[in-house]
Design a protein around this ligand. Structure first.
Ligand code: LLP
Length: 415
């Protein structure tokens, strides 16, 4: 097998015995992330896009061990907040491998990012509004700047993740050349950027192509650019029978649509790097037969894995404890007091019993990252697997962790 590994890793490809023993040792719910798979996914991207600058969109999974793996695998880091930028530097990325993409940035973010820039003058800041440039200039910034265009074309697995045509993101593409002209003497204008959306499948390729075509035209209209970044968004198969994205075909379509440019191609995938490198393990705490289905209550819910509640996202599920049991139709629901706290609906599953362990696939991207403490429910631990075996990368949160902010606050209330 090449260093890039297979094109897809399905839930069934995980070692069932190993997952069972991890939950035994580290408890449930538990996020498990395989760093070897993260490295393989990086390598497949590098093989498909050998000429491109590839940045990992850190937001998909910000864990330090993942970031270190991505750095060693040769990808740069694209950060959406000051917090992500701090994490990228903590994970050892050099300044010239870090990009900060400002989306309506709070002043505190700009303060932090500019202070990092003072120590790392090679980092790049991408702005999606003209006044963000003014706010950066007020802080003394005259470094590497990239202009984010709103290309007017979006794509993605759900309306809520299509960014390309949403007014919130980027500068209308036809205004970008004028702004480039205006800022040229003030900063080091190095690139242009656009992002269509997240979870682009083979069916969305025409939208991707159109975005890249518009960005190629834009890049040709602005002389002296170092790169033209056409975003991330490469999808992964969530359904068991869905074919993987043909990355080679996406790369060919991208090159063809971009055409000849002086600027180098840049991409910034997040999901593709980490999705199938992670699973979420969760214990069954209730099994209840009701007339229309079997309700399976789990200790993970929408606070652990938000995607089903937020986007009706599908995650493959299997019953690790009882793989050969008869299959029944189930609704798998979490412990949160919300109707939308459902991880899988109308799902055939080997009939579980209380105490069984379920696994949810493709939990590596936007899984832990979107977890919350709603209902005062602590976030679970994350274990990473590497050559040395499993280790705890993030310990489980405790109720005390959650309440400590209030207790600390009350200590500071003057009498
Ligand atoms: N670049 C920019 C500017 C982005 O906004 C994003 C994602 C990416 C790159 C990476 O996109 P990816 O390759 O991961 O699709 N929470 C949602 C996904 C939101 C993505 C937001 N931006 C989900 O769980 O599906």
């Amino acid at each position: 097998m090449s260093a890039g590994g297979p094109a897809v890793r399905r839930l069934a490809d995980w070692d069932r015995e190993q997952l069972l023993s991890l939950a035994d040792e580290f408890g449930s719910p538990l996020y498990v992330t395989d760093l070897q798979r993260v490295a393989e996914n990086c390598q497949r991207l590098r093989d498909a896009f050998p000429e491109a600058h590839i940045s990992y969109a850190v937001k998909a999974h910000t864990g330090q061990a993942v970031l270190e793996t991505v750095r060693e695998a040769g990808l740069d880091a694209e950060c959406a907040s000051a917090g992500e930028l701090v994490r990228a530097f903590d994970a050892g990325f050099e300044g010239n491998r870090v990009r900060y993409t400002a989306v309506n940035p709070p002043s505190a973010d700009l303060d932090i990012v500019v202070s990092y820039w003072e120590d790392h003058p090679n980092l790049t800041i991408t702005v999606g509004a003209e006044d963000t440039i003014d706010r950066l200039r007020e802080r003394g910034f005259d470094g590497r700047l990239c202009l984010r265009a709103n290309p007017g074309v979006g794509a993605g697995h759900h309306e809520k993740v299509r960014t390309g045509a949403h007014a919130k993101f980027g500068i209308p593409i036809d205004r970008v050349p004028d702004i480039a002209e205006r800022v040229r003497d003030e900063v080091d204008l190095v690139g242009v950027h656009a992002h269509a959306g997240s979870g682009i499948s083979g069916d969305d390729l025409s939208a991707h192509r159109e975005l890249v075509r518009r960005m190629g035209d834009l890049a040709r209209s602005i002389p002296g650019l170092e790169f033209v970044d056409v975003g991330g968004g490469f999808g992964v198969p969530y359904h068991e029978d869905e074919p993987p994205l043909d990355l080679g075909a996406v790369a060919d379509a991208t090159r063809e649509a971009l055409g000849e440019t002086e600027a180098d191609l840049a991409i910034e995938p997040g999901r593709y790097v980490v999705a199938d490198a992670g699973v979420l393990l969760s214990e069954v705490n209730t099994v209840k037969d009701v007339p229309e289905t079997t309700v399976v209550g789990t200790d993970a819910g929408m606070t652990t894995l938000l995607r089903p509640a937020m986007y009706d996202a599908y995650h493959a599920v299997s019953n690790l404890s009882r793989p050969d049991a008869g299959v029944v139709s189930t609704i798998i629901a979490g412990p949160v007091c919300e109707t939308s706290d459902v991880l899988a609906d109308d799902r055939p599953l080997a009939r579980p019993e209380r105490g069984d362990l379920l696994a949810f696939g493709n939990a590596g991207a936007y899984g832990y990252e979107m977890a919350s403490t709603y209902n005062s429910r602590p976030r679970p631990a994350e274990v990473v697997l590497d050559d040395d075996g499993p280790r705890v990368a993030r310990r489980a949160e405790t109720i005390e962790d959650i309440t400590t902010l209030e207790r600390t606050a009350s200590e500071h209330i003057p009498n």
